[in-house]
Design a protein around this ligand. Structure first.
Ligand code: BES
Ligand code: ZN
Length: 650
């Protein structure tokens, strides 16, 4: 895609016309009212994963009018885009991937010339729309008539048998990182914020929800016995947060601003499990300021949802694998809720700065957990995250262990890893420890207020913390090692491992069983909470060589029987057990693995288990191929795309 110079308009004139301050210093927006039009991303936030040139013409609002056809597995209709452009601009470039474009028209219905450029395997295609030159301060609408393809990567069309109820089909979307362009033709970059509205037409027996205000709580009758549902999102958001769910779903409230949607037969269990949600929103507000999105609801999806959770604004999407029966996995809600500040309000400008979304959120998540469940529980979760970090640091190429990434030419989905979460949160805990909690909290709250509705880069974060926390204190500056944390691989010397006393007896029991080969009956499993059990099953011998067996079949059988691991209902524990069992080619666990891998499609569980089987060569690969052939039709494209790369398409 060649980037031609834009006439004679100077950069400063461009910036002025688009309302960007030339130095792009945030002016601060402590007010609660979101800007009707978000500022354009500055020159420091050039996103290599978009074709858009927002400095020339950018989308500020998207209005969708789409019909969901469950037989054809398509969404079709129109997207009307509100375009803001510099004087003289005569084109706008959108991102599309795998879309069928029928036509593009102006506000009076006249056809506009457009060109769909060459396809890039990662970015998709540029859709360039041409129009008469813009005048100063002009805003214009264009309408793209299009339809999605049945294999749109953001969408999963479930047959009735893939749902809990078994009677009605289901559709849901997953936009992050760059999948929204497979169902909405817009500028799909996290720095280009857009408000949106939608009218969605669907079969009358289904309910439609979106990451927006529901304007028609019961839907409206439409032609052909269908129903339409209307939505509006007034806060400008990055397009990866536009989201939809359509299915047989019902709602249960927690309090006046929170509640949960899910299939009717699962509603009671979901409501009981996720009931701490209301209290979490209150706790989050006490920590870092008002919740700015109105409602906070959850949508618990069918088991194929590819992530644990997705922070779609006003409506977090969640996997049903967090319904453990004992509220033990609710930190996921704390996490997605925290994104309402870190991510949805202050947003990574490009996917290189993903850690600004996930590291801040993981830190904030833990503070919510601490305020509700206490310091001990919070530290247990910190230690589990730290343990994960040690494994990642060993297994990833050094360059991928930096917080600030360079994903140019890579699929962001492949380059984004858990370093962002675990090293990112360890970094913020380090600042908190050195600066003191009070100082740190005041800075973080101010950071959210100053940068609300704006894209954030690593360099902008460094500038903000230097101005508002370090404030020229040279001793503090050198103690923090800010640049080393964000730009260097590995861990700086001021990182401190968290320690949980609750894990002391767990580690002792792990040594007694795993190392000293004691009986499983001596493990005080019933006395432990889920986090202690995760710690136990995560234990590994010091200096374990890849592929080495460190347990006997008799030990594995003893463990499986005494802890009843073949029937474990907690997904994190089933996963942790299978990681051990499959790595030892423990045959009785294959049935458990098959059941687990064909009953949920969360990539965090699915991909590592297929990898473990794959590592077990002539034993594991045939098993992996057999299970994958059975499981693949169940998975969302995000999960099957990843497993295809490992196991191959069945
Ligand atoms: N935003 C992420 C999910 C995501 C990341 C989707 C990258 C696409 C690309 C979400 O907030 C998240 O981090 N989910 C975690 C759960 C969390 C508790 C760590 C997950 O899905 O496992
Ligand atoms: Zn997250």
């Amino acid at each position: 895609m060649k980037r031609k110079a834009f006439g004679l308009v100077s950069a400063l004139a461009l910036a002025a016309a688009l309302g960007v301050s030339a130095c792009s210093t945030p002016t601060g927006s402590a007010s609660m009212t979101p800007p009707a039009v978000a500022p354009a991303p500055g020159p420091e936030a050039v996103d290599s994963h978009t074709y858009a040139r927002p400095e020339i013409a950018r989308v500020v609002d998207v209005a969708l009018d789409l019909a969901a056809d469950f037989n054809a597995k398509t969404l079709s209709g129109t997207a009307t885009l509100d375009i803001l452009a510099v004087p003289g601009a005569n084109e706008v470039i959108l991102d599309i991937r795998n879309l069928d474009i029928q036509d593009v028209r102006d506000a009076s219905g006249q056809p506009l010339r457009y060109v769909v450029g060459d396809n890039d395997a990662i970015k998709g295609q540029p859709l360039t729309v041409y129009f008469p030159a813009f005048a100063a301060n002009e805003r214009r609408k264009i309408t793209v008539r299009y339809s999605t393809r049945p294999d749109a990567a953001a969408l999963q069309w479930l047959s009735p048998t893939q749902t809990a109820g078994g009677q009605k089909p289901y559709l849901f979307s997953q936009g992050q990182a760059i999948l929204t362009r497979t169902w909405v033709p817009t500028q799909d970059s996290p720095g280009i914020r857009q408000t949106y509205s939608a009218r969605i037409t669907a079969p009358a027996d289904l309910t439609v929800v979106m990451s927006a205000d529901q304007l028609t709580p019961k839907g409206e009758a439409a032609a052909n016995g269908l129903k339409s549902w209307r939505f509006r999102m007034d806060n400008p958001i990055p397009p990866y947060l536009i989201a939809i769910g359509v299915g047989d779903i019902a709602f249960a409230p927690f309090d006046e601003r929170t509640g949960v949607w899910t299939e009717p037969s699962r509603l009671r269990a979901a409501a009981a499990e996720l009931e701490p949600t209301a209290e979490m929103v209150d706790a989050a507000e006490k920590l870092y300021g008002p919740y700015r999105w109105g409602r906070y609801d959850l949508l618990v999806l069918p088991p194929s949802f590819p992530f644990g959770g997705m922070e779609n604004p006003k409506l977090t999407f969640a996997t049903p694998t967090i319904i453990a029966g004992d509220q033990s996995l609710v930190s996921l809600v704390a996490h997605e809720l925290a994104h309402s500040w870190s991510g949805n309000l202050v947003t990574n400008a490009t996917w290189n700065d993903f850690w600004l979304n996930e590291g801040f959120t993981t830190y904030f998540e833990n503070r919510i957990m601490e305020s509700i469940y206490g310091h001990d529980r919070a530290v247990q979760e910190q230690v589990l995250s730290w343990d994960g970090l040690q494994d990642e640091l060993k297994s990833l190429p050094a360059a991928d262990t930096r917080l600030h990434l360079d994903l140019t030419g890579r699929d962001p989905d492949d380059g984004m890893n858990t370093i962002a979460y675990d090293k990112g949160s360890a970094f913020l805990r380090t600042i908190e420890r050195i600066a003191g909690r009070e100082t740190f909290d005041a800075w973080l709250r101010g950071y959210f207020d100053r940068n609300a509705y704006r894209p954030m880069t690593t360099a902008m974060f460094l500038a903000d913390i230097r101005t508002h926390l370090v404030k020229g204190d040279t001793a503090l500056e050198s103690e923090l090692q800010l640049d080393a944390w964000v730009y260097q691989p590995g861990l700086p010397s001021n990182a401190v491992a968290p320690v949980s006393n609750a894990f002391t007896p767990v580690d002792a029991a792990a040594v007694a069983f795993f190392k000293d080969k004691g009986p499983a009956s001596a493990i005080p499993w019933a006395e432990w909470n889920t986090q202690q059990r995760q710690r136990f099953l995560g234990w590994r011998p010091e200096g374990l060589a890849a592929g080495a067996d460190w347990l006997t079949a008799a030990q594995l059988a003893d463990l499986e029987r005494i802890l009843n691991l073949a029937n474990e209902g907690n997904s994190e524990l089933t996963f942790a057990w299978l990681q051990i069992a499959l790595a030892h080619r423990y045959q009785p666990s294959v049935a458990t693995a098959e059941k687990f891998l064909t009953s949920q499609g969360r990539r965090k569980f699915v991909l590592p288990l297929f990898q473990t089987l794959w590592n077990e060569g002539d034993w594991g690969r045939p098993i992996a191929r057999r299970i994958y052939a059975e499981a693949r039709p169940l998975y969302h494209p995000v999960t099957s795309g990843s497993v295809d790369q490992l196991v191959g398409r069945p």
